[in-house]
Ligand binder design. Sequence first.
Ligand code: NAP
Ligand code: F7E
Length: 337
Amino acid sequence: MKHAVVTGITGQDGSYLAEFLLSKPEYVVHGLVRRSSTLNRSRIDHLTIDPAFRDRFHLHYADLADSASLGSLMDQIKPDEVYNLGAQSHVRVSFDQPLYTADVVGLGTLRILEAVRQLARTKPVRFYQASSSEMFGSAPPPQSLDTPFHPRSPYACAKLYGHWQTVNYREAYGMYACSGVLFNHESPRRGESFVTRKITLGAGRIKVGLQDRLVMGNLDAKRDWGFAGDFVKAMWLMLQQSEPKDYVVATGETHSVREFLEIAFGMLDLDYQDFVKFDPRYTRPSEVDVLLGDPSEAKNVLGWRPEVDFQGLVKMMVEHDLELARREKHLLEYRPQ
Ligand code: NAP
Ligand code: F7E
């Protein structure tokens, strides 16, 4: 059996990656979870309770801020593959908590790389680092690995630190370590405060009458948005090659937040302009205006292709969140008095 360790398993990508790995009978998946006062495992509950995965899906307490927990888990599990997806991943929040973000996202990557390096002395182990298109920041589009990085947030600076540490561990110690520079990827499991999910949740609730406005920031920013379920396959492919290498993973299309709003509200026969209000609270001290990735290496070398297009992504999220809103309304209407 192949043992894979996944940090950030309770997050959007962690849940899709776990599903994808478990769909391959040769994988045992070990997810690292943080202790919290209430359980936050809704994205992976279906995997935990499925008897088919009882012997192939395990959760372990650890934290990227805690080297000892990472080292002892590497020692105990002795994984073949490590996917480092754990992060304080919200760009706006990183301006409020820059040191914490640098610790978990930047130093956290170094902590797990060190734990993997110790293990690599005794057995082969492959490492994936979740790097981000935010590292390109204000660099003009289209962005590829030949584009100079120009990060525009504490989050992006921390990711860049993790990216270069990953490259350096590969070059210095000959480790099989890859940095996947992934552009924005979304899904019905996306965190509620990221812009796409905020829009589809808001549109659904407005449609059923639970909400009458949606308060947003900069609608002119453009992003290269893909489907998270497609993107996790590229992570796995990167660890299956004969040589380790970094890749950009993107759709190669860019759309503005305004376009996302127009299409999502339009699918519900609503005009977003009747409901969206501006609040500077949702803007950032320094913004990333346009992200547009060039995924040609991922296509040519890994054979990776996104299967869900932009319209399909918006539709999937709108339909999911309309159903959520309907259920919420139903529960409110039928709550015992
Ligand atoms: P997400 O939904 O925010 O999930 C983040 C995960 O990291 C959660 O499981 C979270 O655990 C965990 N985590 C947070 N702090 C941690 C710590 N101190 N120690 C261990 N785990 C910790 O993020 P995502 O969208 O799935 O993204 C996955 C990774 O890809 C992240 O590294 C993100 O920065 C990066 N990335 C994402 C995108 C994107 O568009 N989604 C693009 C490029 C790169 P809790 O549930 O306990 O909070
Ligand atoms: O913002 C604008 C905002 O927070 C997208 C993370 O997964 O992808 C993500 O980072 C754009 C920005 O994602 C609101 O100013 C307008 O220009 O959904 P977001 P992000 O910052 O691109 C990268 C690749 C990552 O690595 C990160 O981990 O939308 N925007 N109004 C808004 N954004 C939010 N969140 N909320 C608003 O109300």
